[in-house]
Design a protein around this ligand. Structure first.
Ligand code: G3P
Ligand code: MG
Length: 255
Protein backbone atom coordinates (compact mmCIF):
# COMPACT_ATOMS: atom_id res chain seq x y z
CA UNK A 1 0.00 0.00 0.00
CA UNK A 2 1.16 3.51 -0.78
CA UNK A 3 1.34 6.40 1.68
CA UNK A 4 -1.98 8.13 0.81
CA UNK A 5 -3.91 4.84 0.92
CA UNK A 6 -2.48 4.05 4.34
CA UNK A 7 -3.26 7.55 5.57
CA UNK A 8 -6.88 7.41 4.35
CA UNK A 9 -7.43 4.34 6.54
CA UNK A 10 -6.89 6.42 9.68
CA UNK A 11 -10.18 8.21 9.00
CA UNK A 12 -13.24 6.25 10.08
CA UNK A 13 -15.77 9.08 9.61
CA UNK A 14 -16.07 12.67 8.44
CA UNK A 15 -15.18 14.00 11.88
CA UNK A 16 -11.66 15.32 12.40
CA UNK A 17 -9.19 13.00 14.13
CA UNK A 18 -8.51 13.99 17.72
CA UNK A 19 -4.78 13.67 18.25
CA UNK A 20 -3.22 13.51 21.71
CA UNK A 21 -0.39 16.04 21.71
CA UNK A 22 2.63 14.37 23.40
CA UNK A 23 0.05 11.87 24.72
CA UNK A 24 -2.78 13.06 26.95
CA UNK A 25 -0.45 15.76 28.25
CA UNK A 26 -3.13 17.67 30.18
CA UNK A 27 -3.35 14.83 32.73
CA UNK A 28 0.08 13.15 32.67
CA UNK A 29 3.68 14.20 31.99
CA UNK A 30 4.12 14.78 28.25
CA UNK A 31 5.75 12.13 26.07
CA UNK A 32 5.68 9.39 28.72
CA UNK A 33 4.03 5.97 28.78
CA UNK A 34 1.49 7.32 31.31
CA UNK A 35 0.48 10.07 28.88
CA UNK A 36 0.09 7.43 26.16
CA UNK A 37 -1.94 5.16 28.46
CA UNK A 38 -4.43 7.96 29.20
CA UNK A 39 -4.62 8.90 25.52
CA UNK A 40 -5.61 5.32 24.70
CA UNK A 41 -8.12 5.17 27.59
CA UNK A 42 -9.68 8.43 26.48
CA UNK A 43 -10.07 7.04 22.98
CA UNK A 44 -7.73 9.35 21.12
CA UNK A 45 -7.71 8.68 17.38
CA UNK A 46 -3.94 9.11 17.26
CA UNK A 47 -1.00 9.95 19.54
CA UNK A 48 1.57 12.58 18.62
CA UNK A 49 5.13 12.15 19.96
CA UNK A 50 8.42 14.01 19.46
CA UNK A 51 11.59 12.09 18.60
CA UNK A 52 15.24 12.96 19.19
CA UNK A 53 18.46 10.99 18.97
CA UNK A 54 20.73 10.15 21.92
CA UNK A 55 24.53 10.19 21.66
CA UNK A 56 24.55 6.46 20.86
CA UNK A 57 21.89 6.96 18.16
CA UNK A 58 18.76 5.70 19.93
CA UNK A 59 15.49 7.45 18.98
CA UNK A 60 13.87 8.64 22.22
CA UNK A 61 10.65 10.47 22.94
CA UNK A 62 11.21 13.97 24.27
CA UNK A 63 10.17 17.39 23.02
CA UNK A 64 12.93 19.80 24.05
CA UNK A 65 16.54 19.63 22.88
CA UNK A 66 17.49 19.71 26.57
CA UNK A 67 16.24 17.49 29.36
CA UNK A 68 16.00 20.36 31.86
CA UNK A 69 12.28 21.26 31.68
CA UNK A 70 10.82 17.75 31.80
CA UNK A 71 13.29 15.79 33.94
CA UNK A 72 15.45 16.15 37.04
CA UNK A 73 18.59 16.25 34.86
CA UNK A 74 20.25 18.90 32.77
CA UNK A 75 21.95 19.08 29.40
CA UNK A 76 21.27 18.23 25.79
CA UNK A 77 19.56 14.96 24.84
CA UNK A 78 22.16 14.43 22.13
CA UNK A 79 24.95 14.39 24.75
CA UNK A 80 23.32 11.58 26.75
CA UNK A 81 23.75 7.86 26.17
CA UNK A 82 20.36 6.18 26.35
CA UNK A 83 21.30 4.25 29.51
CA UNK A 84 22.14 7.51 31.31
CA UNK A 85 19.02 9.21 30.02
CA UNK A 86 17.05 6.30 31.48
CA UNK A 87 18.26 7.23 34.98
CA UNK A 88 16.35 10.53 34.83
CA UNK A 89 12.96 11.10 36.41
CA UNK A 90 10.60 12.42 33.74
CA UNK A 91 7.49 12.52 35.91
CA UNK A 92 8.02 14.50 39.14
CA UNK A 93 8.16 17.90 37.42
CA UNK A 94 4.53 17.37 36.43
CA UNK A 95 3.21 15.76 39.61
CA UNK A 96 4.92 13.78 42.36
CA UNK A 97 2.59 10.87 41.73
CA UNK A 98 4.49 10.33 38.45
CA UNK A 99 7.89 10.10 40.20
CA UNK A 100 10.08 7.51 38.51
CA UNK A 101 8.49 7.86 35.06
CA UNK A 102 11.19 7.40 32.41
CA UNK A 103 11.86 8.96 29.02
CA UNK A 104 10.66 6.21 26.67
CA UNK A 105 12.52 5.10 23.58
CA UNK A 106 10.54 5.05 20.32
CA UNK A 107 10.71 1.27 20.38
CA UNK A 108 9.26 1.03 23.90
CA UNK A 109 6.52 3.43 22.85
CA UNK A 110 5.46 1.35 19.84
CA UNK A 111 5.57 -1.84 21.90
CA UNK A 112 3.47 -0.17 24.61
CA UNK A 113 0.84 1.17 22.21
CA UNK A 114 0.92 -2.22 20.54
CA UNK A 115 -1.21 -1.37 17.53
CA UNK A 116 -4.11 0.01 19.57
CA UNK A 117 -4.04 3.28 17.66
CA UNK A 118 -1.95 5.06 15.02
CA UNK A 119 0.96 7.28 15.94
CA UNK A 120 2.17 10.61 14.58
CA UNK A 121 5.93 10.64 15.02
CA UNK A 122 7.35 14.15 14.81
CA UNK A 123 11.04 14.03 13.98
CA UNK A 124 12.69 17.05 15.54
CA UNK A 125 15.27 19.00 13.58
CA UNK A 126 18.68 17.41 14.10
CA UNK A 127 22.23 17.83 12.80
CA UNK A 128 22.10 14.03 12.31
CA UNK A 129 18.94 14.24 10.22
CA UNK A 130 19.70 11.35 7.84
CA UNK A 131 20.58 9.10 10.72
CA UNK A 132 17.51 9.97 12.80
CA UNK A 133 15.25 9.41 9.78
CA UNK A 134 16.81 6.01 9.07
CA UNK A 135 16.72 4.94 12.71
CA UNK A 136 13.08 5.96 13.14
CA UNK A 137 12.12 4.06 9.99
CA UNK A 138 14.00 0.97 11.18
CA UNK A 139 12.09 0.97 14.49
CA UNK A 140 8.76 1.41 12.67
CA UNK A 141 9.40 -1.51 10.30
CA UNK A 142 10.92 -3.78 12.98
CA UNK A 143 7.80 -3.29 15.08
CA UNK A 144 5.31 -3.72 12.23
CA UNK A 145 4.04 -0.15 12.56
CA UNK A 146 4.37 0.86 8.90
CA UNK A 147 0.61 1.00 8.34
CA UNK A 148 -0.10 2.89 11.55
CA UNK A 149 2.37 5.76 11.36
CA UNK A 150 2.33 9.33 10.14
CA UNK A 151 5.73 11.02 10.15
CA UNK A 152 5.86 14.79 10.47
CA UNK A 153 8.63 17.36 10.66
CA UNK A 154 9.23 21.09 10.47
CA UNK A 155 12.31 20.18 8.42
CA UNK A 156 11.37 19.34 4.81
CA UNK A 157 14.80 17.74 4.31
CA UNK A 158 13.81 15.01 6.75
CA UNK A 159 10.59 14.32 4.83
CA UNK A 160 12.51 14.27 1.55
CA UNK A 161 15.07 11.85 2.94
CA UNK A 162 12.33 9.59 4.25
CA UNK A 163 10.58 9.55 0.88
CA UNK A 164 13.83 8.44 -0.76
CA UNK A 165 13.90 5.46 1.59
CA UNK A 166 10.25 4.37 1.36
CA UNK A 167 6.99 5.30 -0.37
CA UNK A 168 4.96 3.43 2.25
CA UNK A 169 4.92 5.81 5.20
CA UNK A 170 2.68 8.90 4.98
CA UNK A 171 4.42 12.18 5.77
CA UNK A 172 3.19 15.64 6.77
CA UNK A 173 4.94 18.99 6.74
CA UNK A 174 4.70 21.04 9.92
CA UNK A 175 4.47 24.78 9.52
CA UNK A 176 4.28 27.42 12.22
CA UNK A 177 3.70 30.71 10.40
CA UNK A 178 1.16 32.16 7.96
CA UNK A 179 1.66 30.36 4.66
CA UNK A 180 3.53 32.54 2.16
CA UNK A 181 4.40 29.74 -0.28
CA UNK A 182 2.26 27.50 -2.47
CA UNK A 183 1.39 24.74 0.02
CA UNK A 184 0.07 22.36 -2.64
CA UNK A 185 3.24 22.56 -4.71
CA UNK A 186 5.39 22.11 -1.62
CA UNK A 187 3.43 19.11 -0.36
CA UNK A 188 3.38 17.49 -3.81
CA UNK A 189 7.13 18.04 -4.20
CA UNK A 190 7.68 16.29 -0.90
CA UNK A 191 5.12 13.63 -1.79
CA UNK A 192 3.51 14.43 1.57
CA UNK A 193 -0.14 13.71 2.38
CA UNK A 194 -0.86 16.58 4.75
CA UNK A 195 0.04 19.97 6.13
CA UNK A 196 0.10 20.29 9.92
CA UNK A 197 -0.39 23.95 10.57
CA UNK A 198 -0.45 26.35 13.52
CA UNK A 199 -4.21 26.76 14.08
CA UNK A 200 -3.78 30.50 14.68
CA UNK A 201 -2.99 31.06 11.00
CA UNK A 202 -5.38 28.48 9.53
CA UNK A 203 -8.08 29.97 7.34
CA UNK A 204 -11.10 28.66 5.45
CA UNK A 205 -9.32 29.48 2.22
CA UNK A 206 -6.28 27.37 3.13
CA UNK A 207 -8.45 24.41 4.19
CA UNK A 208 -10.33 24.63 0.88
CA UNK A 209 -7.13 24.78 -1.18
CA UNK A 210 -5.66 21.75 0.58
CA UNK A 211 -8.85 19.75 0.16
CA UNK A 212 -9.27 20.69 -3.48
CA UNK A 213 -5.84 19.20 -4.09
CA UNK A 214 -6.88 15.91 -2.45
CA UNK A 215 -4.64 16.54 0.58
CA UNK A 216 -5.39 16.89 4.30
CA UNK A 217 -4.78 19.51 6.96
CA UNK A 218 -4.24 19.05 10.70
CA UNK A 219 -3.90 21.91 13.17
CA UNK A 220 -1.89 22.28 16.41
CA UNK A 221 -2.04 22.88 19.38
CA UNK A 222 -5.68 23.64 20.03
CA UNK A 223 -6.67 23.72 23.69
CA UNK A 224 -9.34 26.39 24.19
CA UNK A 225 -13.02 25.47 23.63
CA UNK A 226 -13.68 28.38 21.26
CA UNK A 227 -10.60 27.51 19.15
CA UNK A 228 -11.52 23.82 19.01
CA UNK A 229 -15.03 24.77 17.83
CA UNK A 230 -13.61 27.13 15.24
CA UNK A 231 -11.28 24.46 13.84
CA UNK A 232 -14.06 21.87 13.66
CA UNK A 233 -16.19 24.39 11.77
CA UNK A 234 -13.36 25.12 9.34
CA UNK A 235 -13.45 21.44 8.42
CA UNK A 236 -9.86 20.51 9.29
CA UNK A 237 -9.02 16.79 9.22
CA UNK A 238 -7.18 16.54 12.51
CA UNK A 239 -6.94 18.50 15.74
CA UNK A 240 -3.82 18.14 17.85
CA UNK A 241 -4.67 18.92 21.46
CA UNK A 242 -3.37 18.50 25.01
CA UNK A 243 -6.90 17.99 26.27
CA UNK A 244 -8.53 15.10 24.57
CA UNK A 245 -11.56 14.90 26.78
CA UNK A 246 -12.44 18.54 26.17
CA UNK A 247 -12.01 18.20 22.40
CA UNK A 248 -14.12 15.00 22.38
CA UNK A 249 -16.91 16.72 24.33
CA UNK A 250 -16.96 19.68 21.93
CA UNK A 251 -16.87 17.44 18.86
CA UNK A 252 -19.80 15.40 20.19
CA UNK A 253 -21.83 18.55 20.85
CA UNK A 254 -21.33 19.72 17.26
CA UNK A 255 -21.80 16.44 15.35
O1 G3P B 1 2.84 18.24 15.75
C1 G3P B 1 2.30 19.38 16.26
C2 G3P B 1 3.15 19.95 17.36
O2 G3P B 1 3.61 18.89 18.15
C3 G3P B 1 4.31 20.74 16.83
O3 G3P B 1 4.88 21.54 17.79
O4 G3P B 1 6.57 22.12 19.43
O5 G3P B 1 4.54 20.88 20.18
O6 G3P B 1 6.28 19.74 18.84
P1 G3P B 1 5.60 21.03 19.11
MG1 MG C 1 5.40 17.81 18.45
Amino acid sequence: MKAMEIFEKFFKSDAPLLIAHRGFSAVAPENTLSAFKYAIRSKADMIEVDVRLTKDGTPVIIHDAKVDRTTNGSGKVRNFYVWTLKELDAGSWFDLKYKGEKIPTLEETLKFINGRLPINIEIKTSPRRNEITEKVLAVIFENGYEEKTLISSFDPRILRRLRKLTDKIPTALLYHYPIYFNPIKTLKNLNAVALIHNFKFTTQNLVRKIHDAGLKIFVYTVNKPEDIKKMINLGVDGIITDDLRLARRILKSLH
